[in-house]
Design a protein around this ligand. Structure first.
Ligand code: HEC
Ligand code: HEC
Length: 215
């Protein structure tokens, strides 16, 4: 019995050690080096990364760095932005394949620069019933956090203060299978399953109206 307990503890320590190693292997991006690539992005996302609804380009400032990097990798690797009908996703996928963005370091530096941009809460545009949305959000909090702040350990992005019209558009894409369709997209597949709790367009507007109220 005592032996088994020791073995259990050893297993736990080994697993923890592996997690620490995995973290140590991720080289942090260099924001100063990433700055020179950002002019490629301003025509759609703006100089401060505040987004442009007319272009369908969301606010990317204020987002968690791990998430920005992962989405850039997804677009580059065909994990996002390849499904027929997803014009905006395809546009962004094309942008992620620029010659200066080919190396993993370049992408990490660019993500670090984006996360260093000043964060200004996006203007709300979505109308919905925030009280109904609050009930729906109770499911979301487990991954996105009680304040919609995002939780890296759950691979879940920040929602509060980001472009609200974009949140609704992405919920629709997950539901239609234009996101979360790729085998390598574990987070996206999880999120796609979650849209079963939002059966109608109205319920999506309601939950986003509640997210807006968290600002
Ligand atoms: C031609 C316009 C355009 C340019 C230029 C552009 N993007 Fe985008 N970007 C978009 C659009 C449109 C989307 C939304 C895609 C969707 O609806 O799925 C997007 C989405 C993103 C996302 C995903 C955000 C999220 O929360 O899911 C990131 C990150 C991003 N862009 C970063 C960048 C960076 C960094 C650059 C510069 C290398 C860049 N973009 C250049 C149009 C553009
Ligand atoms: C099991 C964990 C989990 C739950 C529960 C969950 N999400 Fe997510 N969500 C994720 C992950 C992981 C991603 C990122 C997917 C990716 O990497 O492409 C995500 C992405 C999103 C996005 C896209 C944001 C962006 O910037 O592109 C929206 C919007 C979203 N979730 C809203 C919700 C809402 C609303 C609920 C509740 C109805 C919810 N999520 C419940 C894990 C979850």
């Amino acid at each position: 019995m005592k032996f088994l307990k020791t073995l259990g503890l050893a297993g736990l320590l080994l697993a923890t050690g592996q997690i620490v190693n995995a973290l140590a292997e991720t080289v942090p991006g260099d924001a100063a080096a990433g700055k020179s690539m950002y002019p490629l992005c301003t025509s759609c996302h703006g100089v401060n990364g505040s987004g442009n609804q007319v272009m369908g380009a969301p606010k990317i400032s204020g987002q968690l760095e791990f998430y920005t990097l992962k989405q850039l990798q997804h677009f580059q690797n065909g994990v996002r932005g390849t499904v027929a009908g997803d014009k905006k996703g395809m546009q962004m996928a094309a942008m992620s394949k620029g010659p200066r963005l080919k190396s993993p370091e370049a992408l990490a530096n660019l993500a670090a620069y984006v996360s260093s941009l000043p964060d200004k809460t996006a203007t709300s545009t979505v109308q919905g019933d925030a009280t109904k949305g609050e009930a729906a959000y109770s499911v979301c909090a487990a991954c996105h956090g009680g304040q919609g702040e995002g939780v890296e350990a759950m691979a879940a992005p920040r929602l509060t203060g980001q472009s609200d019209w974009y949140l609704v558009a992405q919920l629709k894409k997950f539901k239609k299978g234009q996101r979360g369709y790729h085998n390598a997209d574990h987070g996206g597949r999880q999120m796609r399953a979650m849209t079963a709790t939002l059966p109608t367009d109205e319920s999506m507007n309601d939950v986003v109206a509640y997210i807006n109220s968290l600002n």
